[in-house]
Structures are given as structure tokens and as C-alpha cells.
Design a protein around this ligand. Structure first.
Ligand code: GLU
Length: 505
């Protein structure tokens, strides 16, 4: 048999912001598709109208655009298997529900919520299945005429999948191996509801995976319990031969303690669980995003890729291209992956360190502008290059380097006490005179001339440099002195020296 073309899908329900775990699922699908020369499809699973949240679909698309995860087909991308939004595929699902009904593999059930509640109270651990279905109000217990009559008079009903009991269902999972579940523990799942004429997730998901010729279903572990039902549905339709292969990815766990990572963990420990900032249209609540928190998309991708998989070496910094090459679905871990937020910061720092200064400068300029400064791009590029090793986020850069753009207004008391000696004003004026005479104000030239002056005069290098720093920065921090003065330029450097002498005298 020839190898099947790889076609995978990411199929979110538009119920709110995309959780970072969902981003990881999409990323693994993307890596797998690219690695195998396959296709990645973006499908919207919006059959549960009660959970629909406006703006969620746009949010999800914008997230992937920012992250550089590209789709080949789907909602907003087009393709030959559309429509890709499930709410636009009602007629298709209806057809497949009817097939199951005709073949006796599903049945119509009229039990009202109250009737079901009564049953639950009567029978401990009630489950709608082979052991109970014949005592319920459905097309298996009512006559054909009664059923038709009820349907025609508009009674609400659901279509349930008729699961045969006592059968071992085998799910072959690429990550988990063979998982065997006895069908008796499954209930007769609702596949369709007359109230909104829409299928449930299970039916729509299976029908679409089949019709869209999906070869692999790569999704979160939370969907593993649904897999046996999905296998049975494939079988009921006679689609076993083209059933996708399953891979259920490990859960993302809390950074501390046990259990699944939740938005509350993010709020509690101060990190985002969403790729972009999310404005909840109902509650008005605003949740932070990786983008707005100053993460580089490449850092987020790298960090997420290693939550549940690693290349088997110590290499941690991996570009998207390297990930595509090295990713191995069969080597994903079964155990949940702890969400290590400090590690996310570390990745961001590493990416800032290795990023092109010009690109970083473009990100930093709005922050500089936001602080009321109009600085030339070249200056920002230089400052970013000098200072980026000190931050994990671009937004933290301003506090670290603002003295490059704004002259100090005050002078740190502690530093002044320690660094500003009695003879400092005199020395600084002398230094100013030396600097004044330098035409080529480059770092190297300044350094050469000033060092010579210090040597000739027999001055104390440390004292001069400390006082010099205080005049330019206003405190004791910052990079190499001549880095600072050469970026500031002669005029600004002299201005700052004179002012400090004036104020601190
Ligand atoms: N709509 C499901 C979700 O929101 C898709 C699950 C699957 O990939 O089968 O995650």
C-alpha cells in the first residue's frame, strides 16, 4: 500500500481565547505536516452554539499569524474540502446521521431532561446504554407510528449512537501505544439534537476528518476518552480503512503542584496562558498575552515545542526549521509536561540576545516614543545592542537604558556619597576640557586620549570613571563609559558633565 498523504488539522472550538496548550497542539500538527510534506487544515468546530464567543475565531487566526504557524487550507485560507466551518456543514452531517439511523446504528430518543433526571435518581450510576435503553422513550421502544408522530409534531429529540456492549475497542495511539477500552463503559452518545438541527462534536469531528481525508489526529490528552467512541463511529460508517492514526499529546501541568495548567495558575503566578491579550466580550475581563508581555514569537515557539518532546540531545535553542527537521511524534512523552515559566523567560532572553539589533530596535522604538522621545533609528539600534543582554523582555529595556535618551535630573544619593569626591568637580571640568578637544568622538579614540591624560596626570582611574559615570547616568550603573559617551555624542556629554558639576558642587 502506498503511503498516505499526510493531512492533519487543528480544529478549535471558538469558545474564547486560545489556551497555550492549544497553541502547542497546533504547533505539533504544523511541524508534523511540514516534516512530511503534508497539509495542515484549520477547521472551526462551532456546533455548540451555546458556547460560541464572538471574536474568538479572529483571535485564533491572529495568534497563529503572530507565531508563524501557517495553514494550507481551512477557514480564511480556502481549499477543496470546504466549507471548513462546521456550522456551514449542517446538511452534510444530517445526511450521515440519517445513514446511521437507517442502518439501525443509531436511534431517536425523546426522553426529556426531567425524565432523564428521574431515571438518574432511580438508578445508581445511570447510564444511557444497552442495559437501560430499552426502558427509555426512544425509537427502539416506541412504534414507528409513534416515532413519526412525535417527530412531525415537533417534539424535541436527540439521535443517540447505539453502542454494542461487551466489546473491546482498540485505539492505536502513536504516543500511548494500544489502548483497550470495553465498550460497556461507554454510553449511547448523543450525535445530533433536533433543537438546533446540529450534530454534536463527536459526529461532526468524525465526519469531517473522514471527508477532509485527515491522516493523523494529533490532539490534547483530554480527547483520549473520546477516542474509543470515535473508533466505533468510523467502524459504523465502514471507514476503518481510512481511519486517521491517533496521537494524544501529554497535558500541560501547573508549574507547581499537580494538575492541569489553568488560567488561574497564570493569574496566581503572574504569567500569560494565552498567546495574545484577550478581551472577554462578555465579562470585559482582559487577560494578558505572550505578545503584549514582550515575548518574541520565536521564543514562544521554541519553549512550547519542548513541552512534551525533546530532540534527545542537550540542544535547547531550536529554530522553526530545526524543529521541523528534528520533531518526532513517536518520541513525545506520555507523562504531562510541567509548565516552567522561568524557562519561558530564559528562552526569551536567549532570543533577544541573538536577535538582529535592527529588528529589536523596531520593536523598541514605540516604547521609546511612548516615553516622549523621538530618537533616530541608528541610535536605538546601538543602544539595543549595548543593553539587550540585561533584559528578558523588550519592555524592561527602557528602565535599563533610559539615560541614553534622557539626561539625569537628579543624582542618586548613595552613589554620590560614595563616588563624588571633593576633587571630583575639578577633575570633571578638566576631563570636559580634554573631551572638548577630541574631534573624532568614537569610542576607541576617546578611550585612547582620556586614558593617556589620566596616565600623564597620574590620576586615579577608578575615581575619574566613577565620577564620569555619575555625571552621565545619574547613578552607578550602565555599560562601559565610552560606550555611553560615544552614543551621547560630544555636545550632550559635555552638557551633562557641566550640569552635574553645577548641581553637585
Ligand atoms: N474542537 C475540539 C477542540 O476544541 C477538537 C478536538 C480534536 O482535535 O478532535 O479542541
Amino acid at each position: 500500500m502506498s503511503e498516505r498523504k499526510v493531512r492533519v488539522r487543528f480544529a478549535p472550538s471558538p469558545t474564547g481565547a486560545l489556551h497555550i496548550g492549544g497553541v502547542r497542539t497546533a504547533l505539533y500538527n504544523y511541524l508534523f505536516a511540514r516534516q512530511n510534506g503534508g497539509e495542515l487544515i484549520f477547521r472551526i468546530e462551532d456546533t455548540d452554539s451555546s458556547r460560541f464567543v464572538p471574536g474568538a475565531e479572529e483571535y485564533i487566526l491572529e495568534s497563529f499569524k503572530w507565531l508563524g504557524i501557517k495553514f494550507d487550507e481551512g477557514v480564511s485560507f480556502g481549499g477543496n474540502y470546504g466549507p471548513y466551518r462546521q456550522s456551514e456543514r449542517r446538511d452534510i452531517y444530517k445526511k450521515y446521521v440519517d445513514i446511521l439511523l437507517e442502518e439501525g446504528k443509531a436511534y431517536i430518543a425523546f426522553d426529556t431532561p426531567q425524565e432523564l433526571e428521574t431515571r438518574r435518581n432511580e438508578i445508581a450510576n445511570f447510564q444511557y446504554d444497552a442495559s437501560t435503553r430499552l426502558s427509555m422513550r426512544n425509537s427502539l421502544t416506541l412504534s414507528k407510528e409513534e416515532v413519526n408522530e412525535l417527530v412531525n409534531n415537533g417534539s424535541q429529540y436527540v439521535v443517540r449512537f447505539k453502542i454494542e456492549p461487551n466489546e473491546d475497542v482498540h485505539v492505536n495511539d502513536i504516543i500511548r501505544g494500544e489502548v483497550i477500552i470495553n465498550s460497556s463503559i461507554l454510553d449511547d452518545k448523543v450525535l445530533f439534537k433536533s433543537s438546533d438541527q446540529l450534530p454534536t462534536y463527536h459526529l461532526a469531528n468524525i465526519v469531517d476528518d473522514h471527508l477532509m481525508d485527515i491522516s493523523h489526529v494529533i490532539r490534547g490528552e483530554e480527547w483520549l476518552p473520546s477516542a474509543p467512541l470515535h473508533v466505533l463511529l468510523y467502524r459504523a460508517f465502514g471507514w476503518e480503512d481510512t481511519m486517521p492514526k491517533f496521537a494524544h499529546l501529554p497535558l500541560l501541568l501547573k508549574p507547581d503542584g499537580n494538575g492541569k495548567l489553568s488560567k488561574r495558575d497564570g493569574d496566581r503566578l503572574g504569567f500569560p496562558v494565552f498567546p495574545l491579550e484577550w478581551h472577554d466580550p462578555k465579562s470585559g475581563e482582559v487577560s494578558s498575552g505572550y505578545r503584549e508581555s514582550g515575548y518574541l514569537p520565536e521564543a514562544v515557539i521554541n519553549f512550547l515545542a519542548l513541552l512534551g518532546w525533546n530532540p534527545g540531545t542537550n540542544q535547547e535553542i531550536l529554530s522553526m526549521d530545526e524543529l521541523i527537521q528534528l520533531f518526532d511524534l513517536t518520541h513525545c512523552s506520555k507523562a504531562g509536561a510541567k509548565f516552567d515559566f522561568e524557562k519561558a523567560k530564559w528562552f526569551n532572553h536567549e532570543y533577544i540576545l541573538h536577535a538582529d539589533n535592527r529588528e529589536l530596535a523596531e520593536m523598541f522604538i514605540p516604547i521609546v516614543k511612548g516615553n516622549g522621545i523621538d530618537a533616530p533609528l541608528e541610535k536605538v539600534v546601538t543602544v539595543v545592542g549595548l543593553m539587550k543582554d540585561r533584559v528578558s523582555f523588550m519592555k524592561d529595556l527602557w528602565d535599563t537604558c533610559k539615560f541614553f535618551f534622557v539626561a539625569p535630573e537628579t543624582y542618586d544619593e548613595k552613589t554620590t556619597k560614595k563616588r563624588w569626591k571633593e576633587d571630583s568637580p575639578e577633575m570633571m571640568l578638566e576631563l570636559a576640557a580634554v573631551l572638548e578637544n577630541i574631534d573624532d568622538f568614537s569610542l576607541e579614540n576617546q578611550e585612547k586620549i582620556v586614558m593617556k591624560w589620566i596616565e600623564d596626570k597620574g590620576y586615579h582611574l577608578g575615581n575619574i570613571m566613577n565620577a564620569f559615570r555619575l555625571t552621565l547616568v545619574g547613578e552607578g550603573k550602565g555599560p562601559h563609559m565610552f560606550d555611553i559617551s560615544s552614543v551621547l555624542g560630544k555636545e550632550e556629554t559635555l552638557k551633562r558633565i557641566y550640569r552635574a558639576v553645577e548641581v553637585l558642587k
